[in-house]
Design a binder for this molecule. Structure first.
Ligand code: NAG
Ligand code: NAG
Length: 204
């Protein structure tokens, strides 16, 4: 009897576990950049027609717009890569990872993104040199229905079908120091001036 239940258990076990596509992920932090990689393995017991990714980033993080265009992502908000955190706004983007009304999702897919830290403005308290901040991960949505149209914006996240990573990633961003700025600003201006003069001289 025990043996039979064991066999039934083994046969049914995969169905119990795989109630949604599985996500595995890796990340690598390198100074001001974090490389995130995701692999989505299909749930063979469920026919997903559409997988899409939804990601919202706080003002202190950004992704190069070029990288998002390559993913055919719809971007909500604008990304200015040169601004500091306090001059930036959060933005969101979404893209379709799999879309087929005929063939259900059967083969693993991967995607990766590079997230950059923005400069955080100096604090008046000069002793603090770093700040550890939260790095939200993308939410991967899957649905048995047709893909939503992402042309005019990202639809609200489908909470019932989102796979969120259980990790709580953080990044440590160095804070600008007031006293460093005293010479960083003139130096930046000087280099810009030299660069422009050279360009002006050589373009004549
Ligand atoms: C983006 O869209 C273009 C044109 O529709 C297509 O050729 C390309 O494969 C798409 N890229 C991705 C990553 O889906
Ligand atoms: C998904 O694919 C179908 C064709 O199979 C196409 O008509 C539809 O526009 C696609 N949806 C999106 C959001 O790309």
């Amino acid at each position: 009897m025990l043996f039979i239940s064991l066999i039934i258990y083994v046969i049914l076990f995969p169905n119990i576990i795989y109630s949604s596509p599985g996500v595995s992920s890796r990340y690598k932090t390198n100074g001001f950049h974090t490389h995130l990689e995701y692999r989505i393995d299909p749930d063979l017991t469920m026919d997903s027609q559409c997988l899409f990714v939804w990601h919202r980033l706080p003002p202190y993080l950004y992704i190069e717009p070029e990288e998002l265009y390559q993913l055919n992502a719809t971007i909500i908000g604008s990304i200015n890569i040169e601004r500091s955190s306090s001059q930036s706004h959060p933005f969101a983007y979404c893209f379709i990872l799999y879309n087929s009304s005929k063939i259900p999702y059967r083969h693993s897919k991967t995607f990766s993104i590079n997230i950059h830290n923005r400069y955080i403005d100096p604090k008046s308290d000069d002793n603090q040199q770093y700040e550890t901040v939260y790095l939200p991960e993308p939410v991967i949505h899957f649905t048995k229905k047709a893909c939503p149209y992402l042309g005019s914006g990202c639809p609200p996240p489908l909470t019932e079908t989102g796979i969120e990573s259980p990790r709580e990633l953080t990044v440590t961003i160095p804070l600008g120091q007031q006293k460093h700025l005293l010479f960083v600003y003139p130096l930046t201006c000087l280099f810009t001036l030299i660069g422009c003069s050279l360009l002006f001289i050589f373009s004549r």
